[in-house]
Design a protein around this ligand. Structure first.
Ligand code: UDP
Ligand code: MG
Length: 307
């Protein structure tokens, strides 16, 4: 019988874990497949770990990887995929926004001959500002990069061993899982799911954290900021030449005139400000290159259970 690995990143989820495990195991036991649930604890200091450990003691199919500190969801999921031995791997969140009763449908869908099936939420149950922000984010990505990510993509998705192995070949430190999956390509299906409200606790992605993530992705997947610098620099250069020509013609036709020093100071400040700004952008890219070239391990695991 085939094995399904369910990969679940957790970070301060003590209020959701019990309910999640109850619903997920119920859904999994109904299926005609072997399963394992791999929790990756991303550095929680609440009761999350001790609750999960109660279950890992009772059921060897429930496994736990503990990070030594918070690495972020992207790396948590990466570690989960690395440790998963399933023929199929399904990732989902434990806050029950991704409904466990859909697991069977994902399995059915991928068995139609897809390599990966992405969950698409019918409607996002989230705050107005969050929705607006994620819309802006995805539209920006679509316009400035060549990654085409389906609208309303959820974190619930299933893929086969082929995709998982490919995924693990991507060594980048700054990872954007959706971007990598799109880059892998393969035969892709989608499944519409009804997302629920978060079961308990609150979202770990504050507005600030989302903005930070968005900038990460923009700098990793888009050369737009660099292109803006080149274009702007070029047009300013043209503008400078145009002004020079105007001044020269004026000098020869209108005889004598004085240009005040304030305008000079203004243009110097403006020009050097712009230069600094775009050198800064280039430096951000260099910083990222530096980080990648060090090739440090992606994460630090303190303990694993049931592997
Ligand atoms: N998460 C994580 N590390 C983090 C932040 C979040 O592993 O640094 C996990 C979290 O426990 C949850 C999932 O990522 O399982 C999605 O987070 P959340 O539900 O807070 O985000 P939202 O659904 O509101 O976007
Ligand atoms: Mg959530």
């Amino acid at each position: 019988m085939k094995l399904l690995s369910v990969v679940v990143p957790v970070y301060f989820e003590e209020e959701c874990i019990n309910q999640f495990i109850t619903e997920a195991t119920l859904a999994l036991d109904k299926l005609d497949i072997n399963w394992e649930i791999i929790f990756i604890d991303d550095g929680s200091t609440d009761a999350t770990i001790s609750i999960i450990k109660k279950y890992t003691d009772l059921n060897k199919k429930i496994k736990l990887i503990q990070f030594s500190y918070n690495h972020g969801k992207q790396l948590a999921v990466t570690a989960g995929i690395k440790h998963a031995s399933g023929d199929f791997i399904l990732t989902m969140d434990p806050d029950l926004q991704d409904p466990p009763e859909e697991i069977g449908n994902f399995l059915k869908e991928i068995n139609k001959g897809f390599d990966i099936v992405l969950g698409i939420r019918k409607e996002k149950r989230d705050k107005f500002l969050n929705n607006l922000f994620s819309k802006l984010f995805w539209t920006f990505l679509e316009k400035t990069t060549d990654i085409k990510i389906p609208k309303g993509i959820s974190s619930m998705r299933i893929f086969n061993r082929k995709v998982a192995d490919k995924f693990l070949e991507y060594k980048e430190q700054n990872r954007f899982i959706e971007g990598i999956l799109m880059h892998i390509g393969m035969k892709r299906g989608t499944l519409f799911i009804d997302q629920r409200e978060r079961f308990a606790g609150k979202s770990k992605f504050s507005f600030r954290r989302k903005v930070k993530l968005a900038f990460n992705v923009i700098f990793d997947y888009s050369e737009l900021p660099l292109k803006i610098a080149v274009k702007l620099g070029f047009y300013l250069f043209l503008l400078g030449i145009l002004f020079m020509l105007i001044i020269i013609t004026l000098k020869f036709t209108l005889i004598d005139f004085q240009i005040g020093w304030p305008s000079l100071i203004c243009s110097i400040i403006l020009g050097s400000g712009l230069q600094l700004f775009f050198i800064g952008i280039a430096a951000l890219y260099i910083g990222r290159i530096y980080k990648e070239t060090k090739g440090r391990p992606l994460y630090s695991i303190i303990e694993t259970t049931n592997f």
